[in-house]
Design a protein around this ligand. Structure first.
Ligand SMILES: [Zn+2]
Length: 160
């Protein structure tokens, strides 16, 4: 059998797909997002077995497989665990808009929590000015701009 070649141009069919959808945040995530939007409070959930405090809150601890139902109000301040300086545009998953590079991005573990939040850092994107262990504070968007999602946190501000 001889090898066949395709020497014709493929047909291109332009299709514009519009796929609106709603994501059901569920009972725990809804409470988390409502507190964020309406009260500028960040809540985690504590596992009754391993005592880890997790955000976003989960109904079941992934390690212990037990139901979690102890809500813990977290501090709006925390410690930088890791960071990067972004040199290419990153599309914000909550807004769909790109952030112009360069900018600082990091993982901040809020006091009283065992999981970090990855978010924008409001600090000059200079490797010599950012250090793991630095303290940061949550900066909430103005109330009229909050929508009930993680973008209600605008960024983390360094604490002087
Ligand atoms: Zn656990």
């Amino acid at each position: 059998m001889s090898e066949q070649t395709v020497d014709q141009e493929y047909i291109h069919v332009p299709i514009l797909v519009d796929v609106p959808y709603r994501f059901d945040a569920g009972k725990y995530m809804t409470r988390f997002l409502v507190e964020l939007r309406d009260n500028e409070k960040i809540y985690g959930i504590k596992c009754p077995s391993c005592k880890r405090v997790m955000i976003p809150p989960r109904i079941v601890c992934a390690r212990c497989h037990v139901k979690c139902d102890e809500w813990v109000e977290l501090s709006n301040e925390g410690t930088l665990e890791a960071f990067t300086i972004m040199y290419f545009p990153m599309t914000d998953p909550t807004t769909g808009k790109p952030h112009d590079p360069p900018f600082s991005y990091g993982s901040v573990k809020l006091d009283g929590c065992d999981a970090p939040i990855d978010h924008m850092l409001n600090i000059e994107p200079d490797m010599s000015k950012i250090k793991v262990g630095m303290r940061f504070r949550v900066k909430f968007r103005p109330r009229e701009e909050r929508r009930g999602d993680l973008a209600d946190i605008e960024y983390f501000d360094p604490i002087e």
